[in-house]
Design a protein around this ligand. Structure first.
Ligand SMILES: Nc1ncnc2c1ncn2[C@@H]1O[C@H](COP(=O)(O)OP(=O)(O)OP(=O)(O)O)[C@@H](O)[C@H]1O
Ligand SMILES: [Mg+2]
Length: 301
């Protein structure tokens, strides 16, 4: 099983490259899932198929999945009800199941939980994750250690606590402990998966412009400092050589300097370029992306 996490700044082409990667992987005979971890799902739109909230078949060996965050936050709340009640009680907060989903960090927890379920099923050989803009990668990477730390602390004080919790309601303390243990197990599994270069890689998508390149460098540095492997960089929206007008000549020259810089500095990674197609990429338009990225041998699965 392999996990390909597609990351990058907002709007650079993560969803399009995730979709193309999923298509290519399935055509290599791998049972593949394109998994959207962006609350603003866009895979349905790109594949031009309504993916719904369960893994849905798109084509031979390719499925797509856009978890419904409202529904899943309710399921998550139910699954960890005792732990959450104890936790919110501790801070004297009253949180209703429907409000829970809009708390910061909760989307990440839910996606992590869903990803764990998918991994456990072992249905897919390749899971391509279409992520939300950069900001979300960090919580995803930090979550396992934060959760493990939190859980270890709870387990550390359990003697003092569990008696009190059990007094509040018979079996409540034990229910909290079981949920906490289940969460720790998931967090540790996810951590093991994410730091195994044989299993997880990150493909960083960027565009050849100063701010985007700087952000990509920071992203690569951060995820690699967490021990996660970045295998490829995809530089999108590269202006073709067709037009010789001043604007295009100038733009190409500036883009080339960033492309060269990235190729030189990351010569241990695959650095691919994708032309600007001068229009939205979806449906059959994805075929060209598959050709440019994979059939031409710029990237491999
Ligand atoms: N090479 C390209 N040429 C032309 N249009 C492109 C190209 N790549 C992506 N696009 C278009 O740019 C828009 C953004 O692409 P996409 O949704 O893949 O980006 P994203 O990084 O996933 O964005 P977000 O951060 O909002 O999720 C889409 O309309 C897509 O069709
Ligand atoms: Mg997207």
């Amino acid at each position: 099983m392999r996990l390909i996490y597609v990351a990058g700044k907002g709007g650079v082409g993560k969803s399009v490259t995730s979709a193309a990667t999923g298509m290519w992987a399935s055509r290599q005979g791998k049972e593949t899932l394109a998994f959207s971890m962006d609350p603003a799902h866009s895979l349905s739109d790109i594949f031009e198929i309504d993916l719904g909230s369960k893994p849905t078949q798109i084509s031979d060996r390719l499925s797509g999945y856009e978890p419904d965050l409202r529904e899943e936050s309710r399921n998550f709340y139910r699954r960890y009800k005792s732990m959450l009640t104890a936790l919110f009680g501790l801070f004297e907060m009253e949180v209703k199941p429907d409000d829970f989903g809009s708390m910061p960090g909760v989307n990440e927890l839910i996606f992590m939980d869903k990803l764990y379920d998918v991994l456990l099923e072992k249905t897919y050989e390749i899971i391509v994750i279409d992520s939300a803009p950069t900001a979300m990668v960090l919580p995803l990477l930090q979550l396992p250690s934060v959760t493990t730390g939190f859980v270890t602390r709870i387990l550390g004080v359990r003697k003092k606590w569990m008696g009190v919790l059990n007094m509040l309601e018979s079996g409540f303390g034990d229910a909290v402990l079981n949920e906490v243990r289940s969460m720790r197990m998931k967090a540790e599994t996810m951590r093991t998966v994410l730091i195994d270069p044989e299993v997880a890689t990150i493909n960083v998508v960027t565009i050849p412009e100063k701010a985007a390149v700087m952000e990509s460098r920071r992203l690569i540095k951060t995820v690699e400092s967490h021990g996660v492997n970045v295998s490829s960089i995809i530089i999108n929206h590269v202006v073709g050589t067709g037009c010789q007008c001043d604007y295009c000549l100038h733009k190409r020259e500036s883009q080339l300097s960033y492309i060269d810089e990235l190729k030189k500095d990351y010569n241990n990674k695959l650095v691919a370029t994708l032309p600007d197609y001068a229009g939205e990429v979806k449906g059959t338009g994805l075929e060209q992306v598959v050709r440019d990225l994979y059939e031409k041998g710029q990237l491999t699965i």
